[in-house]
Ligand binder design. Structure first.
Ligand SMILES: C[S@@+](CC[C@H](N)C(=O)[O-])C[C@H]1O[C@@H](n2cnc3c(N)ncnc32)[C@H](O)[C@@H]1O
Length: 244
């Protein structure tokens, strides 16, 4: 009797200790609310095993910079900072249109996680904000904002130039809502991007999500593909036509 009381007490103490040490990693758990997080939906948990497999190379390295398009309440952003962009010199940039309520939850969650100093928040449409960010400044970019095909394609093309060679783009919801019209979901945009950039990417994952790696560095001779260079004959003809 006394023995089993001791066993139960010791077990409860061990669980309490484990939870208190594990607190920073609780973002994806039900127990998250207990440490002050405010989450309504978990869109992160199902993907973390795949992210770990492909992004592990960035773990613990200094100066790793991630960008997320569509951060919502910050659950995935916090996961990236806890597991991938972990170094004190690494950052996460987040773009979202944010309603006031969602922004308040995002701010709370980033603060509870202790990441306010390493988080760069951009409120606005990704299609506007992406044009203002620095060229080749990110190691990984998660595209999970507006799900219309036109938005996803624009986000992907704008994100491409912001990505360092060797960097990764993660597309969410590749096969989401296949019953919807093609223009209302991401798949056709992700397929188009992979087709057009085929010579400059390695497709690392093609399941519910797609993960591509950027192979092409930018140089004077090569922007994305081989630039169109007109022949000397064409140039002469063009100059002549201009004079006529
Ligand atoms: C599915 S949620 C993102 C979930 C989040 N990545 C996670 O895993 O927890 C999509 C988010 O994209 C944002 N969003 C939708 N359209 C956007 C746009 N054009 N620009 C920026 N954010 C957008 C929404 O406000 C919403 O918070």
């Amino acid at each position: 009797m006394v023995n089993s009381w001791w066993r139960r007490s010791a077990r409860a103490l061990a669980i309490a200790l484990l939870l208190s040490f594990a607190a920073p990693a609780l973002a994806a758990d039900d127990a998250a609310d207990e440490v002050g997080y405010q989450f309504s939906t978990d869109w992160t948990g199902p993907h973390t095993a795949v992210w770990l497999r492909h992004l592990a190379r960035f773990m613990k390295k200094p100066d790793i910079h991630g960008l997320e398009i569509g951060c919502f309440e910050g659950r995935s952003s916090i996961w990236f900072m806890e597991r991938i962009a972990t170094h004190e010199s690494s950052t996460m940039s987040c773009i979202d249109v944010f309603t006031d309520a969602i922004e308040a939850r995002f701010d709370n969650n980033i603060e509870v996680a202790g990441f306010s100093d390493r988080m760069k928040k951009h409120k606005g449409y990704s299609q506007d904000v992406l044009r203002k960010l620095d060229y080749a400044s990110f190691d990984f970019i998660y595209i999970d904002g507006c799900h219309l095909a036109s938005c996803v394609l624009t986000d992907a093309v704008l994100a491409w130039d912001l990505l360092k060679p060797g960097g990764m783009i993660i597309f969410d919801d590749y096969v989401w809502a296949l019953e919807k019209a093609k223009t209302q979901r991401p798949k056709v945009a992700i397929d188009a991007f992979m087709t057009v950039y085929a010579n400059h990417i390695r497709v690392r994952e093609r399941g519910y999500q797609v993960i591509i790696e950027k192979l092409a560095p930018r140089s004077d001779r090569e922007l994305v593909g081989k630039p169109v260079v007109h022949s000397e004959e064409w140039e002469k003809d063009y100059e002549k036509k201009k004079k006529d």
